[in-house]
Ligand binder design. Structure first.
Ligand SMILES: Cc1cc2nc3c(=O)[nH]c(=O)nc-3n(C[C@H](O)[C@H](O)[C@H](O)COP(=O)(O)OP(=O)(O)OC[C@H]3O[C@@H](n4cnc5c(N)ncnc54)[C@H](O)[C@@H]3O)c2cc1C
Length: 455
């Protein structure tokens, strides 16, 4: 029996680490590598939500677009995430206010919240079926002591324009939310299958005439009125480039002093039996996140499994992004599964995976334009909440490149604090993660005591 199976109550299903995450396989119609020279109006680097959304929105405005993707579309966080389409509920509004003031923080809240209907609209317009369940998302406390902070964050969010409502214990029980979750704040949005979403964007981009080159890492680029991108067996030129490389951006030598690559992990259970589902309740299948310092996310999938993510974050020296297992994180998530769902003790974990998000010290998105000719756009730093925003940013970039000057894009401009050089950066990040783990462990000890007292 391996350690994870012990942690989940001892059933004997072997645990599989999936290098590509739980939702996606290498596509059967892998697009060709770039060989020789290609030319376009815009080169987009990276084919996740941000890159594909930008490419589609640019095509809709008549631009010729090349996308360079180092592996295949959806290889990054877009194909590995938990599939929550959520607005500003996932962010700590007080940090935004302390960094940029209330007025601009309200614009960031707007950015997160507008991203939800944007994606919902795109799913309809593009005809992407990705099992979207517009159930709403709950940020749910597991101990009474979390209510104060939750309510304060809600109140501040409302002042900044966010729509949310408090769900009390009686309503939680009436809705069949698993009993570990005591109360919540609720926002619109829901859960989807991110593999199907990103594959749908890929399919629509190819259909729309975007020239997608897969297995084509960008190796270097030259600045100027025309940008030249070098790849292993070719090159591409365009007057505009969009870097949609998220957590991998520092490895290009760009923004390496502004954003760090953070590893986020996930586990997926075996499918729940009809009896287990009935015992669980949770008829609305709302996506649930917790207000821990390092949050937990809990959701059911359309194929009858449960996916749990986060609880323990990772950082590799120098913002590297090794595609390797993080046993400590999977173990922590397995404990969460056992503790939050005592009725599901025998439920095994079928696989686990990790991916990378990018974060700035101030947790604000890092979106802008650079270069001597101001023709290199970049989007990164959406921390763990980029499904919506990294999709919406594609429409903002396309509008900007098309000369439409969207005011929301202008409103997001701010100064990102610089990161420390290594090895200081490594020490600071590890210390911050350790402190968050300690505080959360303290909360979880209180939860155990509280649950034992309740019987
Ligand atoms: C486990 C996990 C759970 C998460 N859960 C949620 C959630 O529930 N909700 C939510 O909103 N967010 C969630 N996130 C975050 C969300 O997935 C990301 O914010 C979002 O997918 C980022 O999209 P992107 O297009 O910017 O980046 P990515 O999807 O990472 O795409 C970047 C792409 O660039 C490519 N690339 C990198 N370097 C190069 C190069 N040199 N040349 C060519 N191509 C290159 C990569 O291969 C990759 O495909 C989660 C993330 C993880 C890892």
């Amino acid at each position: 029996m391996n350690a994870l199976n012990k942690a989940t109550g001892g059933d004997s299903v072997p645990l599989r680490f999936r290098t590509l995450g739980g939702w996606i396989e290498r596509p059967g119609d892998l697009q060709p590598e770039l060989k020789g020279h290609a030319r376009a109006d815009v080169i987009v680097v990276g084919a996740g939500f941000a890159g594909l959304s930008t490419a589609l929105e640019l095509r809709a405005r008549g631009a010729e677009v090349i996308v360079l993707e180092q592996e295949f579309a959806g290889f990054g966080a877009s194909g590995r995430n938990a599939g929550y389409l959520l607005g500003s509920m996932g962010v700590e509004c007080d940090m935004f206010v302390s960094r940029v003031g209330a007025e601009q923080a309200a614009q960031f809240v707007r950015f997160y919240d507008e991203a939800v209907p944007y994606v919902e609209g795109r799913l309809k317009t593009l005809g992407i079926d990705c099992d979207y369940n517009p159930s709403g998302v709950l940020r749910a406390g597991v101990h009474p002591s979390q209510e104060k902070r939750l309510r304060e964050n809600m109140a501040l969010g409302r002042k900044l324009g966010a729509m949310s409502r408090f769900v009390d214990g009686d309503e939680m029980r009436a809705r069949g939310i698993p009993p570990a979750f005591l109360f919540a704040s609720e926002q619109c949005g829901g859960t989807l299958n991110p593999g199907k979403y990103v594959s749908g964007l890929r399919r629509e981009a190819i259909k729309a005439g975007v020239k997608l080159f897969e297995r084509t890492p960008l190796l270097s680029f030259s600045e100027g009125p025309v940008i030249t991108c070098k790849t292993a067996h070719g090159s591409a030129t365009a007057p505009v480039m969009v870097l949609a490389t998220n957590a991998y951006t520092p490895q290009l030598g760009v923004l390496h002093n502004k954003v760090a690559a953070i590893r986020v992990s996930a586990i997926e259970t075996q499918p729940l039996s009809t009896e287990q589902l009935a015992a669980l309740g949770w008829q609305g299948r709302e996506g649930i996140i917790t207000p821990h310092y390092t949050m937990e996310s809990h959701r059911l999938t359309a194929h009858g499994t449960m996916v749990l993510t986060v609880k323990k974050l990772g950082y590799a020296y120098g913002s590297k992004t090794p595609n390797i297992p993080d046993q400590g994180a999977y173990k922590a998530l397995a404990h969460v599964l056992r503790e939050r769902y005592p009725a599901l003790q025998g439920l095994g974990i079928q696989h686990c995976w990790s991916g990378y998000v990018s974060g700035a010290y101030d947790f604000l998105p890092v979106i802008g334009v650079m270069g001597a000719k101001q023709n290199i756009y970049y989007t990164t730093g959406c921390s763990g909440h980029g499904l919506g925003t990294q999709s919406l940013v594609g429409s903002l970039f396309a509008a900007q490149i098309n000369g439409e000057a969207p005011e929301l894009l202008a409103a997001l401009q701010h100064k990102t604090p610089s990161l420390l050089p290594e090895p200081l950066q490594w020490c600071v990040v590890q210390s911050a993660f350790a402190a968050a783990t300690l505080l959360d462990a303290w909360t979880d000890r209180k939860v155990r005591k509280y649950q034992a007292e309740k019987g």
